[in-house]
Design a binder for this molecule. Sequence first.
Ligand code: DX5
Ligand code: ZN
Length: 216
Amino acid sequence: MIKISPSILSADFSRLGEHIRELEACGADMIHIDVMDGMFVPNISFGIPIIKSVRNITKLPFDVHLMIEDPSRYVEDFVNAGADIITVHYEADRHIDRTINYIKSFGIKAGIALNPGTPVALIKDLVSNLDMVLIMSVNPGFGGQKYIKYSSNKIKEVRDLADIYNKDIMIQVDGGVDDTNIGEVVKSGANVIVAGSGVFKNNEIEKNIKGLRSSI
Ligand code: DX5
Ligand code: ZN
């Protein structure tokens, strides 16, 4: 079963609550929450108070993608804000193994994200202990960018590692996924699809989610 995790980075923040209710009603499987610190990525999005304020309006899991330096500093705060999955960037943490165990110690799921330029081989030894691997298919920081072609090969490489070390792992792809390439992304081995502009374009959430599912 392929899961869709719409990124609220593309939402109209003056109507964030409404949008999240609509995503749930339209069959989204989780809510992808992009946190940016203006250091790890050249953009600042939103943080802990916003997540807390929308936690009670949906039962969907909160899939929190931390694009922040040294993310372990804030893990406990994001757990308390209601995160169900916390994904940290391999590139942002000198002690990624420790941070993964720390996230899991709160009883929630842990993932590692890889920037486009970061090879999959670097996480080989960690895959067995992860709940999710996130392959960034754009350089992180902004919604609405174009899918980087070679990402499909990286997804296949994660799939191969997963087949050996962790069959149940979630393989998430984030960036530039729409109804024209979701088929290729899934065929390569992804099972959790993030989409921001692909879900919110033209303000037609229901139609867009249906369109994504029917293009798989
Ligand atoms: C980019 C974020 C993505 C982004 C995806 O840094 O991590 O989650 O919102 O947006 P689209 O689907 O528009 O590329
Ligand atoms: Zn993201």
